[in-house]
Design a protein around this ligand. Structure first.
Ligand code: PMP
Length: 441
């Protein structure tokens, strides 16, 4: 593989997402190959992947069964129309996913990404109420600091200010729950914080403020990832579920990050014991190897659409690349690999190892909080005065130079290694971060 850096005049065409393009192009970091726990960089270094790519490569990189399945599919059926036509792989992948999902989430609508899954789930929720004659239920409820991708639906229910205020009017009729993080009450908590279940009472207040029969759905990440690892307080999700049940409101879990073993169980719904009506997934569904997302739908929601005349299109929605043959092959192989290698249990077994390692950072320079759940940890740094995010970004660059990939969001460092990580590799990731924090200004 050609690992050379493109000439400076070749860097211009690619407008990179969520990146300070001019800063990046002045000192590009290019990854040219990957294997297991490691990336290789353009300058010939091995980089230990502390983030599973972008929370997606749960089985580690370039796994032979997945590569082989994609290769085989590409040579067999490159593409099949996703409307009015099918292919066997789509039905097999959907069945495999439904079999893994929490009991009751039996139906699968495929998409091409997490963002598409979120917009699909919101549209299914709105259409569900309409087909049942409750078309007045149009209000959607998200949460502050929620990340639900970048579609207009996702940024409307999402609660990350910079995702919202750049783009003008968003969906009308959206309310936001307060986020679930309070450092003074939850700082340095291990696993689920004890404080904060009451925050779910905000949903009752919103429901009281509006006529409850105008509310379609509540969407939350069971554990907020991209916004900086906000672990749900004990009892919080249970209360959201109860309020939704009382008022006929659909509960949507966005499990794009938490799905596929990240929390030591197939889904956060399993780990945390609360099952939603709709669940969005992506990322780990194909181990990141081919873009794919899905919405898992309860029997009750699905069946409401199946009451009209059989010739009717039940849901006027879909994507050219829904159930793409290569993605379906990758998903089938990925789910089989997770099962064969017992990777979700492995994540559960490693949780205490990661927990001990990251909580040993307490008291280190700049560290103002550490939190963790499953194979995810968040380490929050004191922001540099007048330069929010700069300190964590410096840590990110220094870790990369030391051969470890971490992820930063604002001044929060997120660790989420592939589930194949060894105890020694967890040690190396956290040791590198600890050493780097001594150098960060
Ligand atoms: N929802 C959540 C919870 C996510 O974390 C992400 C991506 N980080 C998305 C949605 C969007 O997924 P994608 O980038 O595949 O569109």
């Amino acid at each position: 593989m050609d690992g050379s850096v493109p000439a400076p005049n070749d860097l211009g065409a690619y407008w990179m997402p969520f990146t300070a393009n001019r800063q990046f192009k002045a000192a590009p970091r290019l990854l040219v190959s990957a294997d297991g726990m490691y990336y290789s960089s353009h300058d010939g270094r091995q980089v230990l992947d502390g983030t599973a790519g972008l929370w997606c490569v749960n089985a580690g990189h370039n796994r032979a069964p997945i590569v082989e399945a994609i290769r085989r599919a590409a040579g067999e059926l490159d593409y099949a129309p996703s409307f009015q036509m099918g292919h066997p792989g789509a039905f097999r992948a959907a069945s495999a996913l439904a079999a893994l999902a929490p009991v009751g989430l039996d139906h699968v609508f495929f998409t091409g990404s997490g963002s598409e899954s979120v917009d699909t789930a919101l549209k299914i929720a709105l259409a569900y109420h309409r087909v049942r004659g409750e078309g007045q239920r149009t209000r959607l409820i998200g949460r502050e600091r929620g990340y639900h991708g970048v579609g207009f639906g996702g940024i409307s229910v999402g609660g990350i200010a910079t995702n919202r205020r750049t783009f003008g009017p968003l969906l009308a009729g959206v309310d936001h729950l307060p986020h679930t993080y309070d450092r003074t009450r939850q700082g340095f908590s291990r696993g689920q914080p004890e404080w904060g279940a009451d925050l779910a009472d905000a949903l009752d207040r919103i429901v009281t403020l509006h006529d409850p029969s105008t509310i379609a759905a509540v969407i939350v990440e069971p554990m907020a990832g991209s916004t900086g690892v906000l672990v749900p307080p004990r009892g919080y999700l249970e209360r959201l579920r109860a309020t939704c049940d009382r008022h006929g409101i659909l509960l949507i879990f966005d499990e794009v990050i938490t799905g596929f073993g990240r929390l030591g169980a197939p889904f956060a719904a399993d780990r945390l014991g609360v099952v939603p009506d709709l669940m969005t997934v992506a990322k780990g569904l194909t181990n990141g190897a081919v873009p794919m997302g899905a919405v898992l739908v309860s029997g009750a929601v699905h069946d409401a659409f199946m009451q009209g005349p059989p010739g009717q299109i039940e849901l006027f929605h879909g994507y050219t690349y829904s159930a793409h043959p290569l993605a379906c092959a990758a998903a089938e192989a990925t789910l089989a690999l997770y099962r064969e290698e017992g990777l979700f249990q492995r994540a559960a077994d490693l949780e205490p190892v990661l927990e001990e390692a990251v909580h040993a950072l307490r008291g280190r320079r700049h560290v103002i909080d550490v939190r963790n759940l499953g194979l995810v940890a968040g380490i929050e740094l004191e922001p540099r005065p007048n330069a929010p995010g700069a300190r964590a970004y410096e840590a990110f660059v220094r870790c990369y130079e030391a051969g470890v990939l971490i992820r930063v969001t604002g001044d929060i460092i997120a660790l989420s290694p592939p589930l194949i990580v060894s105890e020694a590799e967890i040690g190396r990731i956290v040791d590198t971060l600890r050493d780097v924090l001594e150098l960060v200004t």
